[in-house]
Write a protein that binds this ligand. Structure first.
Ligand SMILES: Cc1ncc(COP(=O)(O)O)c(C=O)c1O
Length: 632
């Protein structure tokens, strides 16, 4: 493909938007990424949304939440289960609960409760604080409130209080120590609670979170503990309270075979509990429903080899098959899907501030008294051809490293090292041209690509906004959101604003392969260049941290109407400098008065005038009020 033949389809082919976007994101004829939630709705350009943000005074970076996508995912999960249940003649129902830990932000939980209301979609709490969110956000009885996590008396009594108010609270026993607390508190409050048990399954799922499942997992009861809990409930004459079985194999389970194995084993536990005399009603599979982040539709850790409908059908049919053998009534199926519910609805938008590139590196002029390393590199350059590319690559690396080591030992001047690095880069560029035509000329062309990659400096923090990209090498779809009618001809890696060597994104998926660079457009002076990181609604907001005191980004929530009009329903101001300083125990007003004093001393000693002092103090004050990210 040459520059002129680049079409919008080529951009689709490169970034594979239709593979990971679940139909929500696409490209328009202007070369912009668009979003829509409904099949026949008018798509909205993300650039138009950014324009709307600018008018409202919001600068990059911004976390864009698209409410409709959340609404649509809740609808899809519930309706896919409903369809699987109807089609297979399953006798029970489905009840979803959203695990609050996946994104605790108040507006988002409010939306989940509202969009989930038609389906009685409930909430899962793993701590006291999360339980308080659930208790105050679910205003009408009906949806389930599943209490996981270690529970102390306060936790249990809060939940029991809600039962008194008519809410469907389930206390899932994760450790044997919780049982006496639940028994004593419910006796004291004259309540017969719904009790669940979390089983440690033998089944294990492949993926990042393998250790969440299996018999060595940290949470849940092993078989001996399970039997003891049943016996204690019998002793206390409370076996009728045991109605709920829960397990969780781990998040992001890429392989449907693992999901089926887990369900089958859980059904065996369910049957045994029924046979022990417990009036079982619910089977809770926990989370695990994966998101296809890399768009490969495979069992890679960033993907899944099944659709949502297949997941529902497989779960429903497996339970039906196993329980029918024993003629046990079908339970209400509960899932705690977090990732699949919220990932799609958030996009991180940021601009590129600067580029460090090597495109204009030139050969230095030759000199008679040049250093032997320079002569050697020139020789390598002049003899380079497609047959010896690997050898020249190795030689050039060797000479460059020699130069670096000699410099460190004090045996090579800076200017010579600089010339060595320049010739080295020119050689690398020449090899890159060769491997365009002869891809086999180098054994590891990816290494060369990374060396030649431009570094694009983005106005964001990986640690704050994409912590999983740093911590567990999670891949998120990333691409420019405009200029897609132009060929992106720079191979790049993306660095963030932190001065940390880990503050970068240098792993991408292209055509199903993990690659170290992503093609982006050359940036133009005085014209913003925007990138979007998609599918970031799950886990990223809460796990993010304050590395370099780069704080929360602005959050803008939009609702998009069928006709393409959109409402800005919520704008949450990102952290100011003053906010992040106070998180680490500084008092912004003390900092300001310290600074005032320092400036006043400078006036007294005649270093600055009172007017200059005033300007400095005003600048300090404005700095405290400002955004923690780069402001134009
Ligand atoms: C008990 C429990 N339920 C549900 C979830 C959510 O999992 P997912 O986001 O894969 O749906 C988790 C997360 O690991 C969990 O620990």
């Amino acid at each position: 493909m040459n520059q002129t033949s680049w079409q919008i389809e080529d951009a689709e082919n490169l970034y594979k938007i239709s593979h990971w976007s679940n139909g929500y994101f696409a490209l328009n004829e202007k070369g912009e990424v668009t979003v829509k939630a409904q099949e026949n709705a008018k798509a909205v350009s993300l650039i138009d949304l950014i324009d709307g943000m600018h008018i409202r005074g919001k600068t990059m970076p911004v976390l864009l939440r698209i409410q409709n996508l959340l609404e649509k995912q809740i609808q899809l999960i519930n309706e896919s289960f409903a369809k699987a249940i109807t089609d297979s003649g399953y006798q029970g129902n489905y009840r979803g609960v959203f695990p609050i830990k996946v994104n605790q932000q108040a507006h988002l939980i409010e939306d989940i409760v509202r969009f989930g209301a038609p389906y009685q979609h409930g909430l899962e709490a793993g701590s006291k604080a999360e339980l308080m969110i659930a208790l105050s956000m679910l205003k009408e009885p009906g949806p389930l409130i599943v209490c996981n996590g270690y529970k102390d008396q306060e936790f249990v009594e809060l939940g029991l209080g809600m039962v008194k108010l008519g809410f469907n609270v389930v206390f899932v026993i994760e450790t044997p120590a919780e049982l006496p607390i639940i028994l004593e508190s419910s006796e004291a409050m004259h309540i017969r609670p719904v009790i669940g048990v979390r089983a440690k399954l033998f089944a294990n799922a492949a993926g990042h979170w393998t250790s969440s499942g299996g018999d060595r997992s940290m949470f849940g009861l092993n078989t001996r503990q399970l039997v003891e809990v049943v016996d204690k409930l019998k002793e206390a004459d409370m076996l009728d309270c045991l109605q709920f079985l829960h397990y969780h194999l781990g998040s992001q389970i890429p392989n449907i075979g693992d999901i089926r194995k887990g369900v089958r084993e859980a059904c065996r536990y369910y049957i045994e509990l029924v046979e022990e005399g417990a009036p079982m009603k619910y089977l809770d599979l926990g989370g695990g429903l994966a998101v296809d982040y890399d768009g490969t539709r495979t069992s890679s850790v960033h993907s899944r080899n099944y659709s949502l409908q297949e997941y529902c059908v497989d779960v429903v049919e497996t339970i039906q098959l196993v329980l029918d053998e024993k003629q046990i009534p079908h339970p209400t199926i509960v899932t705690e899907s977090g990732r699949a519910t919220v990932a799609y609805s958030s996009v991180l938008l940021f601009d590129i501030l600067d580029v460090a590139g090597f495109a204009d590196t030139k050969l230095p002029e030759r000199r008679e008294d040049e250093h032997p390393l320079i002569s050697n590199l020139y020789y390598a350059y002049e003899t380079l051809n497609y047959k010896n590319a690997q050898e020249v690559f190795n030689d050039a690396l060797y000479y460059r490293d020699e130069a670096r080591n000699s410099f460190i030992r004090g045996n090579l001047p800076l200017r010579v090292r600089s010339e060595v690095e320049q010739i080295f880069m020119v050689i690398m560029k020449a090899i890159a041209v060769i491997i365009n035509d002869y891809p086999d000329a180098l054994s590891e062309p990816e290494v060369l690509k990374t060396m030649l990659a431009d570094i694009y400096y983005g106005n964001f923090s990986v640690f704050q906004s994409l912590p999983d990209a740093w911590a567990i090498d999670q891949i998120f779809p990333l691409m420019p959101i405009h200029r897609l009618t132009e060929r992106p001809n720079r191979a790049t890696i993306i660095a963030d604003l932190t001065c940390d060597s880990d503050g970068k994104i240098d792993k991408f998926v292209q055509n199903g392969e993990l690659v170290r660079t992503i093609p982006l457009h050359a940036i133009r002076e005085d014209e913003p260049y925007y990138l979007g990181v998609f599918l970031v609604g799950a886990y990223q907001e809460t796990l993010g941290d304050l590395h370099n005191l780069l704080g929360d980004t602005h959050v803008v929530s939009v609702y998009i109407h069928q006709d393409g009009n959109f409402d800005f329903v919520n704008e949450i101001e990102g952290d100011s400098v003053s906010d992040v300083l106070s998180y680490v125990e500084y008092q912004p007003h003390t900092l300001l008065s310290n600074f005032r004093e320092t400036a006043e001393k400078a006036v007294r000693s005649g270093r600055i005038t009172p007017a200059e002092r005033q300007k400095l103090v005003s600048r300090f004050e404005a700095g405290l009020r400002g955004y923690t990210y780069y402001e134009q």
